[in-house]
Design a protein around this ligand. Sequence first.
Ligand code: ZN
Length: 302
Amino acid sequence: MSFASDTKNAICKTTEPMWCCRRSELCALVCFAGDLCADHALKIRLENAGVVARIEQLLKEILGISQLTHLRRSEPGGWHTLLIRRRDVIENLADGLGLFHDGEIALFPEEQVTDFDCCKLGFIRGAFLGGGCITSPEKNYHMEFVTKTAPLADRLLSLLEFYSVSAKLTVRKNNFVVYIKESEAIAELLGSMGAGGAMMALYNVKIERELRNAVNRQVNCDSANLVKIASAASRHIKAITQIAQTGGLDALPEALREVARLRLENPELTLGELGALANPPLGKSGVNHRLKKLMEIAGGPQ
Ligand SMILES: [Zn+2]
């Protein structure tokens, strides 16, 4: 099962108590998954068996369209087609869902279908079940709704806007695609549509990803520090070796000789850590001062 079909199955298990919202959902399902064929039949294509069961239930509850009036075909690829040929049934459906425009049927709802605030979410849910898809958050944050008509895409955009979801519109192979990339918006939408599991899965991936990024940032920061320490240590060691080669180490005052020895023995340590090894212990600036002195004696950079 893909993440998208799991999500759709979860949404199909939710119950919508409000009749008006169920009608909006059915309307969106028909508009997004339906097609008015040249022979005037209404063909509704759906990929998910759970969604097929849901639309059949809604057709019966909202419009009294029973399974006897339509033909259901399942294709080998997993797609299902509901075919309604009877003109009176199609007209009844168009009338009940607000799809009549000046006597003509079009798969685009009248304004009043999504007028009530409560029904807006029902419509978005139907649009997702009928023409939506979501990528697994492990791969990408991406949710989309595909439709053949621009007005339907525009209507969906304005409904998403009502919920402050910033969605974008693009055209792909003669289809209008409304898509959302923002992880928070996708998660909230999943939650409101009843896909709590998918919402949690998305949040988990997001948290894991953010944690990993934070750790990576820390590691990068640590390795940058290590490079700095190593390059300073190599300058110190070069200077001390130079002094040693000219027999100068023994001539150094005890304080400098001790720091020179500690540096040679512990090239990986920071100045503070070197200071802690000294007897008596030295602060970072004390060690720094002495190493500078050693470099001065060797004639290296100050
Ligand atoms: Zn409603």
